[in-house]
Design a protein around this ligand. Structure first.
Ligand SMILES: Cc1cc2nc3c(=O)[nH]c(=O)nc-3n(C[C@H](O)[C@H](O)[C@H](O)COP(=O)(O)O)c2cc1C
Length: 190
């Protein structure tokens, strides 16, 4: 039994990211314990770049939802992260959550070298964007969002065991049966 934490970085309930995340979670729920966080419901202040979390190992802002989710990330074995592409990046609220939780993902040696804090854990990434294939990749639309999430997970020491990209959502919001099946299979392997 693994503890799985789902971070839904889309504000749209019943959107593309939401439905793909649900499918992965449903695929994995037989044998695992799943917690779902709608990141846009969190009440949290943005990072103020005081850098005190580096020596303190914890954000020094007054306790809010970013601290609470940070604790959940530490206690979970698997992260399933989903985001729509916003300006070629992850959504703003998800980025705030990750910026507030730098010390959860990585430490720094005295010389400033990164130290992975969640080594050995696994992760899945889901991204959607309105730009159609292949421009979502060439122009770094969904590719930009994917890269940004990978950056966080990479420094955390996660192994990425599944990725789903749904592009072209402006003209086609239908999630194909093939993609839903891929989501379920990723979930079943967690
Ligand atoms: C603020 C904002 C910025 C966006 N920026 C991009 C972008 O840079 N590239 C892109 O292809 N789509 C962009 N989109 C479109 C969303 O990525 C797209 O509608 C996505 O599929 C929504 O997914 P969801 O239904 O899961 O929320 C943007 C949408 C919003 C609201």
């Amino acid at each position: 039994m693994k503890k799985i934490l789902v971070l839904n970085g889309s504000p749209r309930k019943d959107g593309i990211v939401y439905n793909l995340l649900k499918e992965i979670a449903n695929g994995s729920k037989e044998s695992n314990e799943i917690e779902w966080i709608d990141v846009y419901n969190l009440k949290m202040k943005p990072c103020i770049a005081c850098m005190k979390c580096r020596p303190n190992n914890e954000c020094v802002l007054p306790k809010d939802d970013a601290h609470i989710v940070g604790e959940k990330i530490q206690k979970s074995d698997v992260l399933i992260v989903g985001t729509p592409t916003y300006w070629g990046n992850m959504s703003s609220q998800l980025k705030v959550l990750f910026e507030r939780n730098v010390p959860v993902f990585m430490g720094e040696s005295d010389s400033g070298m990164p130290i992975a804090k969640q080594k050995g854990k696994t992760a899945v990434i889901v991204v959607s964007c309105s730009t159609p294939w292949p421009f979502n990749f060439i122009a770094a639309e969904s590719r930009g969002a994917m890269k940004a999430i990978k950056e966080v997970l990479h420094y955390g020491g996660y192994k990425i065991v599944g990725k789903i990209v749904k592009s072209g959502t402006k003209t086609n919001r239908n999630i194909s049966e093939k993609m839903l099946d891929k989501a379920r299979k990723i979930g079943a392997k967690l």
